[in-house]
Structure formats: C-alpha cells, structure tokens
Design a binder for this molecule. Sequence first.
Ligand code: B12
Ligand code: SF4
Length: 563
Amino acid sequence: MPPVSEFPVLHTQAAPATQTDTAQRNTSRPVILVGFQHQGNLGLGYLASTLRQHGYSVIICDIEAPPDQIVAAARQSNPMIIGFSLIFQFYILQYQRIIGMLRDAGVDCHFTMGGHFPSLSHVQTLNMVPELDSVVRFEGEMTLLELADVIGNGHDWRQVPGIAYRTGDTISTTPMRSLVDDLDQFPYPDRNYEPETAIGHKALPLLASRGCARTCSFCSIQTFYRTAPGKIVRTRKPALVVEEMRSLYLDRGIKIFLFQDDDFPLFGPVWRRWAADFVSELHRSGLSRRIIWKMNCRADSVDPGVFASLRDAGLYLVYMGLESGNEEGLKTLHKQVTVEQNLRAVQVLKQVGLLFEFGFMLFDPGSTLDSVRANLNFLRTILSDGCAAAVFCRMLPYDGTPIKDELERAGRLKGDIVKPDYDFLDPRVTALYHSLSGIVDVWGWIHGFRALSPQLNWVSNEIAIMERMCPALPGLKDLKRTVRQITRTSNGILFQVVEELLNIATDGGSTTWTNEKLDRYRRRFLDQLLDSRNAFVSRHQNALLDSLQIDATLSSITEPAMA
Ligand code: B12
Ligand code: SF4
C-alpha cells in the first residue's frame, strides 16, 4: 500500500487552532472530502477552508482517482467524517460504488453527502446510497462544521440543523439552515492544488457571488438557492474579491481568474453599481493591467458601455447561456429573454472585442422540426465569422428543476437519475435526434475536453490570452485568422449534417453522412488546428515565457481598501 503522501490528497494541513477552538472541539481526527476536482472545486475548497479555520485537518480526494486509493487514504487516516460532494447528478453510481467499497473495507465513520442533487433530492439520495448516515442540504460550510463538532464530542448529530437522515424506513430532516448572509465571513477557499494553465498562465476559479435571481425551467441552481431560507443572491464586497485576486496573483502567480458565479452581478442598477465598484477596485489595485478574467452571464446583462469598462479592467472571456434561438424554445426554458436580445448580446460582445463561449440546447422538450431549424439558423448567424465553435446539446431534465416536474406531470418523463430522459411530442423530432446522435460522435466533436469544438474554443481562448498578455507577437493576427477559418469550416460541416438530417425528417430520403466520413473531417480539422497552433507557440516560446513574469512590485503599489 502506498504511503499517505502518495495518495490523491490535495491538502492535509490544519490551520493553527485558537484556544477557544481547542477547548470546545475534538479535532484529533481528520475530515475527508471526496469530489470532482477538475478545474478546481470551489464547494470543497470552501468546506475545507472553513473546517481548517476551526482547527480540523482536511484531506481532499478526487472522485476520479482510482477507488482503491481513496479507500487506502480513508483506512490510513482514520477520519471522523467522510463528506462526498455530488454536484453532477449523473455521478451518483460512481459515488455509490466508492462508498460501498469504503464500508466493505471496514471504514465505519460518519458518511455524509452534499451538493445540488442530494440537497434537492435527499430522499432519493439516502435510498440510493444506504451506506450514507446523512445528507447535508444546501450551503454546507456551517452544517459540516457543526456536524464535525458534534460528532467529535460524541453528541447526537441528528439534532444538527440542515441535514437529512434515515430513521428505520423513513427519512427525517432537521430544520433547514439559512443561506449564509455575508459570504465574506468565509476564509478563502482551499486551493491547494496545481492550477490549470493556459499558454503557460496559471488560472484559478473564484466566486464574487452565490445564487441566481432568475428562474430558468431547466436549472437546478435556482431551486437550490430558492428552497433554502435566506437571501437568494449574495454578493461579496468588491474590494475583498479584488484582495483575494491580488493575493493569488502575488502568492501563486495566478494571472487568469475564472469567476464561477452562475450569473455575474451585472443585472439591474444595484449590481451594475457592484460591477462598477469592482472595476474601480481592479484599476486601483493595479491588477487590471496584469491579470485577465472570465465570467458567466445572461444575454440581458450585456450592454456595450458596461462591457467596454469590464474589458478595460481585464475581462477577456464571457460565457453566455444563450440556450435557444427560437422564441418558443426560450419560453419553454423560461429564459425570459428574446431571440433578439440573444443576437444583440453576441453582436455587442463582438463589437467590444470580447471572446465568448455559450450554452445552447438544439433540442428541448417542446422542440418541433421548425424550432430545430430556427435554432440551426440562429447558430449559423452568430457563428458565421468562425468566432466560436458550434456546441449544442439536448435539454436534460435534472432533479429539482421545474421542467422535470412538468414532464413528470405530463407523463413524459423517462429514464432514471443517471440518464433522465423524455420523448419529443413529434416522433419525427425523436427520429431526427437519434439519427443526429448516431452520426455525430458528440464526444469526438462536441463534448468532452478532447473533442473538436472544445479544442477549437481552447485555441481561441489561448489567442485571446496572448492578445492581452503579449499583444505585439508577430503573426498573432494571422493565427487568429487561420483558427477562425478552421472553426468556420468545421461549424459549416456540422451544420450541413444537421440540415440534411432535418430535411430527411421533413421530406424523407437517406443521408450521405456516415460516422467515418465525419471522423475524417474531424481529424483533418484537429490536425490543421494543432499544426498552426503548435508552430506559432514554438516560434514564440521565448516571448511567451517572458510574459509569464509576475510583477512583484504590485504589493507596494497599493494596499487593498478593506470595506
Ligand atoms: C464550475 C462548474 C463546473 C466546472 C467544475 C468545477 C468543479 N470541479 O467543481 C466544470 C467546467 C468542469 C463543469 C462541468 C460541467 N458542468 Co458544471 N458547474 C459549475 C458551476 C457553474 C459552479 C460550481 C461551483 O463552484 N459552485 C460554487 C460552490 C461554492 O457551490 P457548490 O458546488 O454548490 O457547493 C456548496 C453546496 O452544494 C454544498 N456542498 C457541495 N458538496 C458538498 C459536500 C459535502 C460533504 C457537504 C457537507 C456540502 C457540500 O456546500 C458547498 C459550499 O456551500 C455549477 C453551478 C453552481 N452554482 O454550482 C455548474 C453545474 C454544477 N454544472 C452542471 C453541468 C450540467 C455541467 C456539465 C455536465 C456541463 C456539460 N454539458 O458538459 C459538465 C460536467 C462535467 C463532467 N464531469 O462531466 C450543472 C449540474 C446539474 C446537475 N443537477 O447535475 C450545474 C449545477 C449548472 C446548472 N445550472 O445546471 N462545471
Ligand atoms: S440557467 Fe443561469 S440564469 Fe438561469 S436560473 Fe440557472 S443559473 Fe440562473
């Protein structure tokens, strides 16, 4: 068995405990947290830092690590609690398996689970994973801390607010715990892992707010934050967000900040003021000239003046949930935006010079052949210049979403928790969906980190980073032109496939497309992409390495304004 130091352990230190802490807490055994770590898991990071602040040791394990390593880590460290984080509901079987293995290996400590699915569907979670002792519902920092305190001291954990547990055949819940009012009360999330890099620049995720005020029918986030008592959307103080960025820049050399807020604070006068304060703080700190950042927003927040000022403060990439290109689809998804607003938002981002990526559902439960055609035309319009690679999916009815309940009421819900499903009302749409999925290898072309569209977008992302970090590189404009050309052509092929299949669904006939033919295109585009990108990077290696420098004088230029 390998020593603990070789386990997929990201953090084991405990912060120095205060006198009061030691008097009240039994922190002699660690807490293990298991979750999806790719791109850094802020939920686990906040849980870990909160526990550490109160004297507990925390071990974080990646759910993607070999299960026997997680089992070995648990057996060697004798934890008080193992907390499992399930933020993607389709991972539940993987958790079920690991949890079963842990119990079989004799790990008998308290097992709890948190995240969106367990919070909203605690009964199903406890039924599907009977080895769990409890589920922590909604924001977990304070509940997990209290659970650790109570279990450590040998008291009855069933009294802790914010949990669900099994008593015999029934599932009980304790009173719900309110969402935390002041997000700045939390220590910075634990990020004790190697940051991902983009063209050598280190990137880390962070949050400026939690919650979302909107009510999209397909989204479990809005119900997650609405079901728990307390204020739905909470923003941090702009100065403190910038201070966190400043310390990550100075201490860890982070130059790319990925805001994971569901809807970055921008909508309406109050959040516009928040954004303006954030921009001023970035300029005041000197960071706006040294770092870049990405955020997620909706089309109805995009305004040319505001986005020009965000761009000047370092914003370089915007992820927008466009979701649909036809009015009926937008209504079904309860987006509360129009096609016109979506089109305008894209146009504004292009005018302002910001790179954008987007979420889009070619199919939704109300899809007709006409709506799919309208969606296709919308994608053709916004992507005609090759500014981004085409990505699309089919809406999935996740637990806790209004649309899932609606489908269930209408008797249309199929599948299970791992693969929730439904049929379209028009069987020709179902046939179209299946023929499209049969021909386009979504994991090779559209989804997954190694697929064609994400890789095209990744290289566009690298180009946008270079445009900010080392704009004078000779040939950068040519590389951008080439990548856009490849993207435009690859999008064009994908659109041709969708269109031909649509025509067949409408008028009959058979397709000329095959998996093999499409795969040949895919490989050709990937080769072209990687050849141009790699040649450029190796030509400019030295300049690119120079651009990685950190300006350590930043610390003496400014002091943060602690609000
Ligand atoms: C960042 C992010 C990602 C990152 C993942 C980073 C990571 N390792 O965490 C990336 C980009 C990789 C990603 C990918 C995807 N994502 Co995503 N993602 C998010 C996003 C925007 C933010 C997550 C976050 O940082 N939240 C902030 C933290 C503080 O909150 P939290 O995670 O909820 O954690 C708190 C509580 O839930 C609770 N808690 C959580 N775990 C635990 C564990 C214990 C023990 C306890 C006590 C408490 C607890 O306490 C935490 C602190 O308060 C969420 C939306 C959201 N708001 O969460 C979507 C979200 C999780 N993603 C989603 C989806 C669908 C996807 C993709 C499938 C998208 C796609 N089509 O490819 C992929 C799946 C990846 C895969 N494995 O195949 C959905 C999941 C829907 C569902 N019900 O399953 C969400 C909810 C978005 C949405 N609006 O629907 N995603
Ligand atoms: S999809 Fe985005 S905007 Fe809509 S409710 Fe969910 S988080 Fe909010």
